[in-house]
Design a protein around this ligand. Structure first.
Ligand SMILES: *Cc1c(COP(=O)(O)O)cnc(C)c1O
Length: 495
């Protein structure tokens, strides 16, 4: 029997896995959740013998039950291939007291590659399964990282086109270079004269433009979204928690059935929610340590039970965590409310109207496995420097937020449970902040000089993703006014 998904805001809206992947978001902004989180049907002895791709299959087949074995294996093999610079896909490395699960070995050297490498294949397969004949057009607005990871994932995937809008003056030089050098005949990158919100608003407008949808359909196109609330992005993230637990067992760090802790640098709450799902599947995880930067809305939530986004937005050196609305938290809220869509819808309504909500005491009890921690900018830099001085290992700023959060957690609790830290980006992606943390004198150097210095001091080769953009030709130079986005899309699609 197929696993059914339903909306966190309406019990009556259901979908199969492939339908939920195609649709992305449920109606009225609800999120699709499985009616029951499936258990793994393989034991730890088997998991220990599996490579990354086999583990991925063991996890995904439980969630994507309307995909055939052949389809799923095809998706997995094309996603986790030599785009990754190591056959391990996710190496697990002891650094200090904890085990760093390196999620940055894919094409854009950040953890979003883990899901965006496979989403295009899942989407195309889901489209076939549901007799969608149109070509899928992915439309995305980006503040930097997601755009590049989506471009890399969808480049040259048959049956798809991808159009990315970014704020022309609102991304870092390296981020811009990564996008405008993107290869692939089906990729389009457009800078807009406006900020990220303008780009986001323009994209949302097109998604809900009924006339445009008709014109596109007539020309054989339809839109889809690659955004992080798609279950096609969430489920692939469960895999690395299962995989890293099996690695800790096979390395005798934990004995079979004994729990580990996880620390996750958190923004939209997707990554840590995947860890929570891994536990429901049967992986023993004791504590979920949710690490925030100075935008500590989640830390406050776990302390008080009140989620309150009415606060100043702070730009930090870990920009991928600069978020005040953690969209995927809604799936946890739904769960701790006892799968109560009505309650969940009520709280989300309060969030959109008042910018805050408070959970009940009973719901709060269901959060006992979660601990919030947060790290200031100053301590993030100190953590990078200390780790480098102690063992010569260089972390990126997001990982450093988690590592410092973990340090505070053990200081306070003395909980010595073996711990995995989700290391979400390569230090090469945030070179300036990382090098400045180690020595402020580096600040006078250019971005690429810093890359070479980092390679020297960390004794690691410069990743292909960075080496490539050093010399790559610019392939996308379109810039438009913010009210010309629709015209740009029509031009690209020839409609
Ligand atoms: C997106 C991102 C995060 C936050 O992950 P969520 O799933 O949104 O919580 C953390 N670190 C890096 C480097 C990221 O790109």
């Amino acid at each position: 029997m197929d696993l059914i998904y339903r909306s966190t805001r309406n019990d009556n809206e259901t979908a199969t896995a492939s339908q939920a992947i195609l649709k992305g978001l449920a109606n009225n902004s609800g999120l699709f959740v499985p009616t029951e989180i499936p258990k793994l049907d393989v034991g730890i002895d088997e998991l220990v013998r599996m490579n990354y791709q086999e583990t991925a299959y063991a996890v995904m087949k439980q969630f994507f039950t309307d995909f055939t074995e052949e389809e799923l294996k095809y998706c997995i093999e094309h996603a986790y291939d030599d785009k990754f610079d190591t056959p391990d896909i996710v190496p697990i490395i002891k650094a200090g007291e904890a085990y760093h699960m390196q999620l940055f070995h894919g094409s854009t050297i950040a953890f979003k590659d883990m899901a965006l490498s496979i989403l295009p294949y899942l989407l195309v397969t889901a489209a076939k399964k549901n007799n969608v004949k149109n070509e899928i057009v992915i439309l995305t607005a980006t503040s930097g990282d997601t755009g590049k990871a989506a471009l890399a994932g969808f480049a040259d995937v048959p049956g798809t086109k991808i159009i990315v809008f970014y704020p022309k003056d609102g991304v870092s030089p390296i981020q811009e270079k990564q996008m405008v050098t993107q290869k692939g005949d089906n990729t389009y990158v457009v800078g807009i004269k406006g900020n990220f919100d303008d780009a986001q608003t323009g994209v949302k407008k097109m998604f809900s433009d009924v006339e445009l949808a008709k014109e596109m359909d007539a020309a054989g196109y339809q839109f889809s979204s690659a955004n992080s609330i798609n279950i096609g992005r969430l489920v692939p993230q469960i895999v690395y928690y299962v995989y890293s637990y099996a690695k800790l067992v096979s390395n005798n760090v934990v004995s079979k059935g004994t729990a580990m802790n996880v620390v996750v640098p958190t923004g939209n709450f997707g990554n840590i929610l995947a860890a929570y799902y891994a536990k429901q599947m049967g992986i023993p995880i004791k504590t979920f340590i949710c690490a925030s930067n100075e935008n500590k809305v989640l830390f406050d939530f776990f302390q008080t039970g009140t989620y309150d986004k009415n606060r100043e937005f702070i730009l930090t050196s870990s920009p991928s965590m600069d978020i005040l609305i953690s969209s995927n938290l809604e799936r946890l809220i739904y769960k701790i409310a006892g799968d109560d869509a009505e309650k969940c819808a009520e709280l989300m309504k309060a969030l959109s109207e008042d910018g805050k909500y408070t959970i009940t005491d009973e719901m709060k009890k269901n959060l006992n496995d979660f601990v919030g921690v947060y790290t200031t900018e100053e301590d993030t830099a100190k953590a990078i420097k200390r780790m480098y001085n102690d063992i010569g290992y260089v972390m990126d700023t997001h990982t450093a937020v988690a590592a410092q959060g973990y340090y505070q957690y053990i200081e306070k609790t003395d909980d010595r449970t073996p711990t995995v830290i989700a290391s979400t980006a390569s230090p090469y992606k945030f070179t300036r902040s990382v090098m400045n943390a180690i020595d402020p004198a580096y600040d006078s150097k250019t971005d690429f000089e810093l890359v070479d210095e980092l390679s020297k001091i960390s004794r690691t080769p410069v990743p292909k993703a960075i080496e490539e953009i050093r010399t790559a030709p610019v392939l996308h130079d379109t810039v438009c006014e913010k009210d010309q986005m629709l015209a740009e899309v029509k031009k690209i699609l020839g409609i």
